[in-house]
Design a binder for this molecule. Sequence first.
Ligand code: NAD
Length: 283
Amino acid sequence: MPAKLLEGKPQAERIREEIRKKAAGLPQRPVLASVQVGENAGAEAYAKSQKKTAEALGIEYRFHKLAPDTSEAALVEFIEKLNADKSVNGIIIQMPLPQHIDYKKISWFISPAKDAEGMHPANIGKILFGKANLLPCTAAAVMELLNLSCPDLYGKEVVVVGHSEIVGRPLALLLLERFATVTVCHIGTSKAGKLEEHVKTAEILIVAVGKAGLIKGSLIREGAIVIDVGINRVADKIVGDVEFEEASRRASWITPVPGGVGPLTVTMLMRNVVEAAALAAKG
Ligand code: NAD
């Protein structure tokens, strides 16, 4: 039997309704400040779509475009102003930044309480202790899809392919928090020729690499849940990292690409903003 499609849109709609209600119940309208440095059509289009989503959920979106030659020090100063501005609940720095700015260095100046992307070391650290309230958006999106397809992760064999700071690593911590047995694979696993043997064991396979066709469909364990985070442009199409057709003949659930994790990621960003606003309102 072909796998059921694990689509992000219906989940996103459901969670957006919750966010909308929570935002409407706050004493003030939550505010997301978005900072772009220099001109970048892609980043600007992304910011526009964030603005549309934010406003539909009752969140004010304040877009700040700084000059391309803004120095790191000036950007830090700008972030610190936003940190001090009580009307701002969430801050996001749009990528890419000009080459003279180190994103990681800059992003760590965002107050952890306003960390819309959930990537500040203080928030990542809280995941380790099971106390996180602002989560990395893509990892949180994957967890939402798992809540639907496999609510009880206790003892499940989960293989995560990709160990980036934004996806694989925080995801491994979130999965451990739910008592899954987690194996994290990465380039080293592939170079050692061991990727296939791990993939074959996965009851739940999550792939976040960015290489089309990396995971052969024939490797998917019968009945596995497959979450493909990868986004690759091949000819004129967007595809994931997993060979979809063959994998969907073996899996029980599989995310389409596009339409799986993607639609949920921006929703998780908005959830963080409203959560940050709710925490600030509590004092
Ligand atoms: P990254 O480049 O930071 O990390 C890639 C990871 O893949 C690393 O852990 C690396 O070791 C591993 N890797 C590379 N080659 C490998 C191989 N041959 N075998 C096994 N592992 C290998 O990437 P990222 O930022 O985590 O993004 C990964 C993919 O997910 C990209 O396609 C990106 O576009 C996509 N993505 C999607 C969303 C979404 O919302 N859907 C969000 C973030 C990232």
